[in-house]
Design a protein around this ligand. Structure first.
Ligand code: AMP
Ligand code: MG
Length: 298
C-alpha cells in the first residue's frame, strides 16, 4: 500500500478552500519520495500498482458476495488528462460482470427534458457492483457553469451564484442519500497541467493512429482553462464531504495516476470489512443433504 500519508495528502480536507495551483500535477511535492529519483520511483510504483490490481480482483469478488454495498467511482478531468486510460488499466483485472462503466457526453433532448440528475440516477451501480462514471453530474456544475447557455428549458430565474449553490446542494443531498443506502462514493479529479495537455494534444495531432482522439472542441475548451479551474475549485470545495471525498490526483505522469487511483480504490474497499455471507443452520443442512445425495448416486 502506498503510505497512508500520501493518500491523506491527495484527499481534500472537508471544508478547506482549495487552490489547484497549490496541487502538484507531477509528483514532486511529496518530500518522502524525492530521494528515490524518477526511475526507481517508477519501478516501485509499478510494483505497487500490480499488487493493488491483484487485491482489487479479490476485493471485487467479496463486494459481490457480501452484497450490501455498491461502489461508485467518479472521474472528472480536463480533456486528455487520462480518464479513459486510467479506467482501462485500473479495471483490467476486474470481472466485467461486476463492473459497469458509463461515459456521459452532451445530454440528449430526452435527458434535457428531465432534472439534471436523472440520467446519472438511472445508471447507478447495483448492490455488490462497481459503477464507474467517466464524467458525471459534476459536469452540470463544470462545463455548464463555464457555458451557462447550455442551460435550457428551466424556469425563469437568474443563473447567479445562488443558482450554482443550489446545484451543489442538490449534489450533496443526492450523494448523502446514496451513501445512506449503501453506496460508497469515491471522486477523482485527475489534475493535469495546461502544458501537459498541450503535449498530449500535439501528440494526438501528430500521430495518425491518435488523430481520432482529437476533437475541435478540445481546443476551444482549452481557451476556458482558468474558468474551468475556478469551477473545479468551487465544486470540489463545496461537495467534498466525509462520506463522499474528493481526491486530487497528479495526472502529468500516467504511471503515477494509475497507481494512486488503484491504491485509493483498494484501500477504500479494504475499509469496508467485506465478508462472505454466513450460511444459516438450515442452509448448511441443505448443503449436507445435497452432498449425501450426490455421494449416493454412484
Ligand atoms: P469526451 O469525454 O471527450 O467524449 O467529451 C464529452 C463531452 O461532453 C465533453 O465536452 C463534456 O464537456 C460534454 N458533457 C458531458 N456532460 C455534459 C453535460 N451535462 N452538459 C453539457 N456537456 C456535457
Ligand atoms: Mg475528449
Amino acid at each position: 500500500m502506498i503510505k497512508q500519508e500520501y493518500n491523506d495528502h491527495l484527499r481534500v480536507l472537508p471544508g478547506k478552500k482549495i487552490h489547484l495551483k497549490d496541487f502538484d500535477t507531477g509528483w514532486t511535492q511529496i518530500e518522502g519520495l524525492k530521494e528515490y529519483g524518477k526511475d526507481k520511483l517508477k519501478e516501485h510504483v509499478n510494483i505497487l500498482l500490480q499488487q493493488n490490481l491483484v487485491e482489487l480482483t479479490s476485493a471485487q469478488q467479496l463486494l459481490y458476495a457480501d452484497d450490501r454495498y455498491s461502489l461508485l467511482i467518479i472521474f472528472q478531468a480536463m480533456d486528455a488528462a487520462g480518464k479513459d486510460g486510467t479506467i482501462k488499466h485500473v479495471m483490467s483485472g476486474v470481472n466485467p460482470q461486476g463492473c459497469q462503466v458509463f461515459s456521459f457526453k452532451k445530454p440528449s433532448d430526452e435527458e434535457m427534458n428531465h432534472n439534471f440528475l436523472w440520467r446519472y440516477m438511472k445508471n447507478l451501480p447495483e448492490r455488490g457492483r462497481i459503477g464507474i462514471f467517466n464524467r458525471s453530474y459534476y459536469e452540470d456544475v463544470l462545463v455548464v457553469k463555464v457555458h451557462p447557455e447550455l442551460l435550457k428549458n428551466l424556469p425563469d430565474g437568474k443563473r447567479n451564484s445562488a443558482f450554482w449553490e443550489n446545484r451543489y446542494e442538490d449534489i450533496n443531498t443526492f450523494e448523502r442519500h446514496l451513501v445512506r443506502n449503501g453506496t460508497v462514493i469515491i471522486k477523482f479529479f485527475l489534475n493535469v497541467s495546461k502544458e501537459e495537455q498541450k503535449k498530449r494534444f500535439m501528440d494526438r495531432l501528430m500521430r495518425p493512429e491518435k488523430n481520432w482522439k482529437f476533437s475541435a472542441a478540445d481546443l476551444s475548451e482549452r481557451a476556458y482553462w482558468t474558468d474551468y479551474m475556478h469551477a473545479y475549485e468551487e465544486a470540489i470545495r463545496v461537495t467534498n464531504t466525509e462520506s463522499a471525498p474528493w481526491y486530487i490526483i497528479p495526472a502529468d505522469n500516467k504511471w503515477v495516476t494509475r497507481a494512486l487511483v488503484a491504491d485509493i480504490i483498494t484501500s477504500t474497499l479494504r475499509g469496508l470489512e467485506l465478508k462472505f455471507p454466513k450460511l444459516s443452520e438450515a442452509q448448511l443442512e441443505m448443503l449436507d443433504e445435497a452432498r449425501k445425495t450426490l455421494e449416493a448416486e454412484a
